[in-house]
Design a protein around this ligand. Structure first.
Ligand SMILES: [Fe+2]
Ligand SMILES: [Fe+2]
Length: 373
């Protein structure tokens, strides 16, 4: 559909009669069929002029990158809304839900402004996918709509809307290695390095980040563990966006599309920085219902530069080549396979547990097309 629109604009612009452009149209048709599979960077006209240059549209590759980002932002919005309904601020900017006082209070242990921050992060995600979809439409490209995949259950706890969701916040396996990744002065994931998690227990099972029902509201250390899980999950998600935007920006063709990625990406970084700071306030405890341990990151064996909770600025580390001086940077930013890598990280996180095969196929196709751009 996007392609037809683009072609229509092309005709209008060049004023060529249909008859004279038969070969070009058949080339475009062939090219676009390939483009849909994600292997054609930019449709070229028979005379070698990029199709987008005459149509005012964007390249299939740029559209594929934006479509993948739109899908991820839609998914982000879905789970941030679940957090906001239970633990944020429900208002006209972010409607839905009525709040869960016990969960909200447990989150407030990390920072008294948590509810406001959750609200603001949720609104940001909503604007990200809405903007990208509107931009795609303005360029004659297809937007992304995931509504058909809203099949997962809501929390039964007081405060949550009882509607179908895209994501699952009740069986998370949160990778907190971002904590040590940004504190290392000698390692970088782009060099194949790996990093120990700040909360090893969160990688060793499936844990709720929201109360599944009102039964989860007690005992106090259980609901606090759920709030702590959320606190570390917030930072996990947003550090992913922090890497994804610069990774994909390297393959964008159009300056305006690049501007979009360079303008949205750093807001993910603002989120990450805030959440990392708040996660450091999660009280050390053991969940009496499942044994999940939140260690004291300022005491042995966890203390030191890799774990101390006030070290939230990135440490400089190796970048591009070990022959260069170290540099304070976002990491990773490798562009190859970045979209599929992001999808895998979210899948491993447990966010899509219960989703249909069709959902995974749909998302993998979007990621593959973005990575082929
Ligand atoms: Fe976002
Ligand atoms: Fe985000």
């Amino acid at each position: 559909m996007a392609q037809h629109t683009q072609k229509g604009k092309l005709m209008e612009h060049t004023g060529q009669p249909l008859k004279a452009s038969t070969s070009r149209r058949s080339f475009l048709r062939k090219g676009l069929a390939v483009g849909a599979a994600g292997t054609l960077g930019a449709g070229l006209l028979a005379n070698g002029v990029p199709a987008f240059a005459q149509s005012g549209g964007i390249t299939p590759g740029d559209a594929a990158i934006l479509r993948f980002l739109s899908a991820l932002e839609t998914l982000e919005t879905d789970f941030w809304q679940q957090y906001n309904e239970l633990g944020g601020v429900q208002d006209s900017e972010v409607p839905g839900g009525s709040g869960n006082p016990t969960y909200t209070a447990a989150l407030a242990v990390l920072d008294s402004d948590m509810a406001q921050y959750i609200h603001d992060n949720t609104e940001d995600e909503f604007t990200h996918f809405t903007f990208i979809n509107a931009y795609l439409v303005s360029k004659g490209a297809q937007p992304v709509n995931l509504d058909q995949f809203r099949t997962l259950p809501s929390s039964k706890a007081t405060g949550a809307q009882k509607i179908k969701r895209l994501t699952n916040l009740m069986q998370l396996t949160v990778d907190t290695s971002y904590w040590t990744k940004y504190r290392s002065r000698t390692k970088n994931p782009d060099f194949g390095d790996t990093f120990p998690p700040a909360v090893p227990g969160l990688l060793q099972g499936q844990f709720p980040a929201i109360p599944r029902s009102d039964k989860d509201l007690s005992p106090p250390d259980h609901i606090q563990a759920i709030a702590n899980t959320a606190g570390f999950h917030f930072a996990f998600i947003e550090q992913g966006g922090t890497s994804l935007y610069p990774s994909l920006a390297q393959r964008v063709t159009d300056k305006e599309v690049l501007r979009i990625l360079l303008s949205i990406g750093p807001t993910e970084t603002m989120h990450f920085q805030t959440w990392q700071d708040k996660a450091g306030n999660a009280p050390p405890l053991t969940d009496p219902t499942n044994g999940l341990v939140f260690p004291d990151l300022n005491a042995p064996p966890f203390d030191g530069e890799d774990f101390n909770t006030n070290l939230i600025m990135p440490e400089p580390t190796i970048f591009l080549s070990r022959t260069f001086p170290v540099c304070s940077i976002i990491r990773p930013t490798e562009t190859e396979g970045a979209a599929m890598g992001a999808l895998k990280a979210l899948t491993d996180d447990g966010l899509f547990i219960g989703q249909s095969k069709a959902f995974f196929t749909f998302m993998q196709d979007l990621a593959a097309a973005a990575d082929a751009a």
